[in-house]
Design a protein around this ligand. Sequence first.
Ligand code: ATP
Length: 355
Amino acid sequence: MATLSLDALSKTYPNGFKALHGIDLAINDGELIVVVGPSGCGKSTLLRMLAGLESISGGELAIDGRRVNDLEPAERDIAMVFQNYALYPHMSVADNMGYALKNRGVPKAERRRKVEETARLIGLEALLDRRPRQLSGGQRQRVAMGRAIVREPKVFLFDEPLSNLDAKLRVQMRIEIRRLQKRLGVTAVYVTHDQVEAMTLADRLVVMNGGHIEQVGTPMHLYERPASRFVAGFIGSPAMNFLDARRADGALALPCGTRIATSHEVHDDAVCLGIRPEHLSRVSEADDTTLTTRVELVEPLGADTLAHVRLDGQEEPLVARLDGVQPVAEGDTLYLRPDASRLHLFDLDTGRRLD
Ligand code: ATP
């Protein structure tokens, strides 16, 4: 059990590139933190600094209140699970799992007992004598997890551990990781590109952008109240739609003539209006609260239908998530009404949330 405290952590690589600019984050005991952000935002750098695989240029890292900046990886009581598993090919599953214990000088019988106990926990009992090449991708991933669990670390770090698995297995393993992490009560930091994985796994999400943290919060908080246009566009799938609007006379006015009544405090100025695809609903007739759009592409998903539509004069297409199977085809005219209670307003220049 452990808390992690990151205080103004920064990283400058030897070539002078500043990859992280003062990261502040307090991670609670037993919490699963998921770090997301676009490629190059510094996720792996951060994780590697926590693990001790990358030096810390500035700030302080503490585990359970103890400064660990200068401790070697092995002294930090942290286990890392990588996407490429990093298993030893010539060793059996049992030996792979027990390797760290052997290095620590744990006697053979105790090693065996711990490995078997962990194998039972994650469903690997029948595979202990196999070599990694005799395993499926999912089984290898499980061995990599088992190897981390056996060490009983205070903190687990996951670097995109599921990215080599197929879609179905990813979902299974994701559920398994969440279940195991809660059952073991370990603190964990998990890095991923996959925002569905992030939303479903995280106790709290950290959204990074360009070496800094944009927002930290529960997945639902980030979905409902994104602090910036960047977070709004990153969390939620398909992504939020953005439109130019003016706030005037108690309403939001769009260039196409649509007016949306709003409880937001209204001044006469230009804003960026965000509407999630699921907050656009189809109506049969146009009025001054609807958007008249032309359908460019339809994606029937069964439970719902994604309509990619074009609004006159708008460069970016919009996406609407419509309930169930919809009788709609490319070229159709579609009238969409935004849900006025679920709008998001952002400053046009800074991208910050306005309410
Ligand atoms: P991805 O999702 O693509 O893995 P990431 O968010 O994990 O990206 P990092 O790997 O942490 O990003 O890299 C952050 C930034 O630091 C990038 O711009 C990268 O080019 C740079 N960087 C990473 N390693 C080094 C290095 N050894 N020297 C100089 N710059 C580096």
